[in-house]
Design a protein around this ligand. Structure first.
Ligand code: EPZ
Length: 460
């Protein structure tokens, strides 16, 4: 029995968009209940936060709808307010940004608000365009690799920025303003693509970006910039052309839904033999995930207002998947799915080709009874669509294995959600600590667990 709310109270809380501030950082889950019910997913963490930064570029106010109540959004809101942006919330899930008074901020204030986020690096372009300078503190973000920003800084330098690194962070200026450039990314980096988009839209001249990321969140950001007055064309073969313009206006936009959250709840339905309707999920941005979900033995029904994910009975099936850039299988989807793969008879392989250290979370799963072996060297090479960086890892999962409850500590955002799934699947009780990290990217996840019938105690 969960302690945070009865199902009706939780459902009312969800409807009212109540904010669940995670005061405690521990949740104790008793496994065995299939997750069943209906939840809704709002805007994507990896779009909404960038759309908020884009508002800085507008000379007039912007409105963003379907903003999730997650701590990464709070971090970006705090940073915008440090720079003088007036942020208000006219309705649940809606933010309004008034940028009529953008001003320089003290580094200590910026650093105090940067939090565990990587988004501050995306403030460079808008701040250079508005203030002629940007101070970026050391970045946070999930510890799933060393997360360098060389592609970002090289792109800014190509557009005329001067980058000074100091022990505090990075100080960037552009005395003559930013100008268009031909920029080639060594790898289709999502963040570096966003960096170029947010910088080139107000630069003098045209920028040609090659080997760009084209994730749906990138396309949604381009739609926002186009609404503001930008001229951006997405050419064949990952080429994006940006013609700099003199002025951008505010936007009104409803954020794209969060594909990563949908995939996480779908994996939870599979692992717990459950049946979850995820309101707001759309098929077109999830095609690759849905194919894998079906191959593993899951079933789904696409409706107009969302997608139903369920375990149809019978055995799950082992699969071999390789993470990739869009439209491949997203790296953010593998961690929750691996828990379901521990329940499939046979050998599954997950080849992680985007990050160099994204399998650390599997150690705790092995403590719970899983059989996952991580190969640091990855799998023998074979021709790929996108040139690979020189590191890869592979997790070999042998199932089915019975999971038993354990005390575990959340290592990163998606690994943390995979621990929720493992605890829900395991026999007995698990205590998961450091769950605050999960609220960085999963809106009201404790309320949603309550609505779906999970058995837990959370001293929230
Ligand atoms: C974004 O991270 C997402 N985060 C990540 O989601 C997601 O996994 C990733 O894109 C890939 O889709 C946000 O949008 C906030 P990258 P980002 O630049 O932009 C290397 C989650 O769970 N690289 O595409 O940081 C990098 O080290 C998070 O929601 C450089 O070498 O990812 C990585 O190996 C996790 N130099 C690869 O490129 C650079 O300058 C892809 O990184 C930049 C990146």
């Amino acid at each position: 029995m969960n302690s945070i709310a009865t199902d009706a109270q939780a459902r009312d809380a969800l409807k009212a968009g109540a904010r669940v501030g995670l005061k405690s950082d521990k949740i104790t889950i008793t496994g065995g209940n299939p997750l069943k019910g209906r939840i809704s997913v709002r805007g994507a963490k990896n779009l909404a936060t960038k759309a908020m930064v884009a508002a800085l570029l507008g000379e007039t106010p912007s409105i963003l709808r379907d903003v999730p109540d997650i701590s990464d959004v709070q971090v970006v809101r705090g940073l915008l307010e440090v720079y003088g942006v007036k942020v208000s919330s006219p309705a649940p899930g809606e933010l309004r940004f008034d940028t009529s008074n953008v001003e320089k901020a003290h580094f200590a204030e910026i650093d105090a608000h940067a939090g565990s986020s990587r988004i501050p690096i995306l403030f460079c372009g808008p701040l250079l365009n508005r203030l002629g300078e940007a101070r970026i503190p050391d970045l946070g973000g999930c510890r799933i690799g060393d997360r360098p920003i060389d592609f970002h800084l090289d792109a800014l330098r190509a557009m005329g920025a001067i980058v000074d690194k100091s022990y505090e962070g990075i100080y960037i200026t552009a005395p003559d303003g930013l100008h268009g450039a031909n920029i080639h990314l060594p790898y289709p980096s999502v963040g570096a693509t966003e960096q170029v988009l947010l910088s080139a839209v107000r630069a003098k001249g045209t920028t040609e970006l090659t080997n760009a990321a084209i994730e749906p969140e990138i396309m949604d950001l381009i739609a926002i910039l186009q609404k503001m007055g930008a001229i951006i064309s997405v050419e064949p073969n990952r080429v994006i052309l940006i013609e700099g313009v003199d002025r951008l206006e505010g936007y009104k936009h409803r954020a794209l839904f969060d594909r990563n959250e949908v995939a996480s709840w779908a994996a939870a339905a599979l692992a717990t033999h459950g049946d979850i309707f995820v309101e707001g999920a759309q098929q077109s941005e999830l095609m690759t995930f849905l194919n894998v979900f079906r191959k593993v033995g899951g079933a789904f029904d696409v409706e107009e207002d969302g997608i139903r994910f369920y375990h149809p009975g019978g055995e799950l099936k082992p699969v071999t998947i390789e993470t990739d850039v869009h439209p491949g299988f997203m790296t953010d989807w593998q961690q929750p799915l691996i828990v379901a793969l521990t329940q499939a008879p046979g050998i599954s392989i997950v080849h992680e080709t985007v990050y160099e250290d994204r399998f650390g979370f599997t150690e705790a799963l092995n403590e719970m009874g899983a059989n996952i072996v991580v190969h640091k060297q990855g799998l023998p090479d074979h021709p790929r669509r996108v040139a690979r960086r020189d590191f890869e890892q592979a997790a070999v999962i042998t199932g089915p294995t019975k999971l038993t409850g354990a005390d575990v500590r959340v290592p990163d955002l998606r690994g943390g959600f995979s621990y929720l799934i493992a605890a829900l699947t395991a026999e007995g009780q698990s205590t998961i600590s450091n769950v605050g990290i999960i609220s960085r990217g999963y809106e009201h996840f404790v309320d949603k667990l309550a609505v779906l019938g999970a058995d837990f105690v959370f001293e929230g």
